[in-house]
Design a protein around this ligand. Sequence first.
Ligand code: UFG
Length: 377
Amino acid sequence: MTFLLGKRESVGQFGASIQESEELVSALENSVMTIVHQIVNVLNWGLYMILVVGGAGYIGSHLVKELVEKEEVIVLDNLSTGYRRLVDEQAVFVQGDLGNKADLEPIFEKYPIQAVMHFAANSLVGESVVNPLKYYQNNVAATLTLLETMLKYNVKNFIFSSTAATYGIPNVELITEDYPTNPINPYGRSKLMIEQILADFASAYGLNYVVLRYFNAAGAYESGEIGEDHNPETHLIPIVLQHLLGQRDKISVFGTDYNTPDGTCIRDYIHVTDLAKAHILALEALLTGKKKTAIYNLGNGLGYSVKKVIETCEKVTGRKAVIEYTDRRPGDPARLVASSQKIYEELGWKAEYSLEQIIESAWKWHQWKGTKWSSCP
Ligand code: UFG
């Protein structure tokens, strides 16, 4: 809602352009929708809940942190990669598997679920190439079971975590949502399959959904006490910070001969709290009926090279990295940068954290984790 306040503050300035007026109308529309939704919320107090599947994982736990301030939340997670302690204590927690009807049905029986937000997926590109069965099983088959259960209990609002990997190797500066999808690995294909299934379910069963295609999620919650903990870790920012904390000998930079200004790959890093806020706007859009179906990219719209990310990590931490330049990692596109114009225009969302702020928050988390994590339940 910071965005709306920001818009209101700019209202009434002399000589506002047509674009500013349109933005104002859209901001007012959003405000009215939000108020209506809040009234409905109060009237229905305790009558509905939001189910967050995978709410103990990295992105899911950050969403839950924001969502519990607005809605009644229930988290389902099998804790295969997530952590119970990452789940905000205001949420109801159920340990179970989204692919198992015996775990799902009691939740839908017991709680008045109004919408489902789905974060529970395997997301390692390399692993998906070696073990595609795991990806089609966990990301596709299990999601189908979840969708089938939702329909059985007449729950028709769904927010789905998708990925930039659905685009494959695009060759544009800024990727818009209508850019052709052409995933080059089973992970990307598993996500695209669900996107296609959702479109079919919308036509056939009246399912309402928002697909959010994340670019490079990074950073941690401002307290520094929830954040990213993958095992094995493959992502650039955590790897660099672990190295700068002395937990790794060096960093490998995968490829210096890409067609980019410094020869290393360019990515669009987006703070996990910015991602969480986009989910909440998407949920409001579904619950208020503003949107029936939509697909949005979530990125900063700014690209940073691997070298730039390492330099920024050095600047933030005041430490010097030992870098080894190696061959390209298979399957890495040279440049992946989102246009997030569509979600800005339709839902008023815009990323707020800079690369430096993303790294500062991640640094706080990695330092905290290095000393306190093992003693936590
Ligand atoms: N990189 C290194 N060294 C490392 C780790 C990464 O040089 O030790 C480079 C990679 O080659 C890439 C960049 O840093 O150029 C970013 O790599 P990440 O592994 O952090 O992230 P990816 O861009 O590979 O992954 C993201 C999402 C995936 C999605 C993928 C689509 O995290 O979910 O984009 O390409 F599938």
